[in-house]
Each structure stands twice: as C-alpha cells, then as structure tokens.
Design a protein around this ligand. Structure first.
Ligand code: IMP
Ligand code: MG
Length: 180
C-alpha cells in the first residue's frame, strides 16, 4: 500500500484505480471514434500524465499536440485571465479533436479553450477531463468524457500540482488544509 507523502491528507484514487478508469474511458473513445483518427490536445502541464496514459489504451489512430496556457491561481478565487503561452504546432482543419484537461473546476479555462479551438475549424471538438469538480462549476461547459468526479477539495498528483510540486505522484490525493 502506498503511503501518502508529507503535505498530503489522504489518497483519493490509487494508481490501480486510475489505470482501471483510464482503460474504461479509452474504450469509450475507441468506440465513439471507430474508423477515425483522433487528435488529442493536451493542456500543459497538468494533463500530460493523463494524456499519455489514455493514449496508450486508445485503439484508433492517435495524433497528439499541446497547448500551454498561463496557470490558474488567484488568491481571491476569482477566475484569472487565460492566455496562450505555447500555441499548437499544427492547425486543426478537418481534425477530430479531443481536448484533454487535468481538471475542470469553475469551467472558465475550458470555456476559453473551446472558444479558441472552435475558431480553428476542426471537424469535431469534444472534451475529456481527468477530474471533474462539478460542485464549483460557474460556467456550463460540455464535458463528453471524464475520469472521476471529485469533492470540493484541492487535489494533487497524476499531473496536478501545488506550486508546481506533486505532479509526479502516481495517485491523486487531497492536500492538507492550508492555514488561512
Ligand atoms: P477552472 O478554469 O476554474 O475550471 O480551472 C481549471 C484549472 O485550474 C485546471 O486546469 C488546473 O490547472 C487548476 N486547478 C483547479 N483545481 C485544481 C486542484 O485541485 N489541483 C490542482 N490544480 C487545480
Ligand atoms: Mg490546467
């Protein structure tokens, strides 16, 4: 049994649970996109662990590209301005795109990304997020695939960070409550 490291309160999803769930999501995608090629667009940096795990279980041809955006974090909790820091390498004309996110929280980031990518004429555009924290949703965004729904607590691991740390944890964990 994996022992959580310092700073972590409890493990929410183990490596085994994550792997099993990712296989299910990949199977769904493989069914839905049968006969097509999917282009996975990973939002840097949080989604890369999920994206590579997912891609290995998808059974239709897969292309991969990445989009870097300015990071979340705003003490007041208000939605910050989203900015593209690293654009895609290639256009999206005629692509069947799946936007791959680490977590959808308020939905502001995803709404911006969907608007931006929709303007690049993909054949189709859907969203696959590893984690979905619906309790905090402010703007409604269409999420076609998700790994897990999570409670209203800050989580780290499997790509998700706290001040750029903990991304490499093989599990997802709830952080210890910070003293205000
Ligand atoms: P939204 O725009 O509020 O939906 O925020 C989404 C972004 O905030 C995600 O892509 C993450 O980068 C970040 N984020 C939100 N919640 C967490 C968390 O619990 N742990 C780590 N990052 C988070
Ligand atoms: Mg993110």
């Amino acid at each position: 049994m994996t022992e959580p490291i310092a700073g972590v309160e409890r493990i929410l999803f183990t490596e085994e649970q994550i792997d099993a769930r990712i296989r299910e999501v990949a199977a769904e995608i493989s069914r839905d996109y049968a006969g097509k090629t999917v282009k996975l667009i990973g939002i840097l940096k949080g989604s890369i662990f999920f994206l590579t795990a997912l891609a290995r279980y998808i059974e239709v041809p897969v292309k991969i590209d990445f989009l870097g955006i300015s990071s979340f974090s705003n003490k007041s909790g208000a939605p910050g301005v989203v900015r593209i820091a690293k654009d895609l390498d290639e256009g999206l004309e005629d692509d069947d795109v799946i936007l791959v996110e680490d977590i959808v929280d308020t939905g502001f980031t995803l709404r911006y990304l969907l608007q931006t990518l929709a303007g690049r004429a993909p054949n189709s555009l859907s969203v696959c997020t590893f984690l979905d924290r619906r309790a905090r949703r402010i703007v409604q965004v269409p999420i076609r695939y998700h790994g897990f729904e999570i409670p209203d607590r800050f989580v780290v691991g499997f790509g998700l960070d706290h001040n750029q740390l903990y991304r490499n944890l093989s599990y997802v964990a709830v952080m210890k409550q910070e003293k205000a």
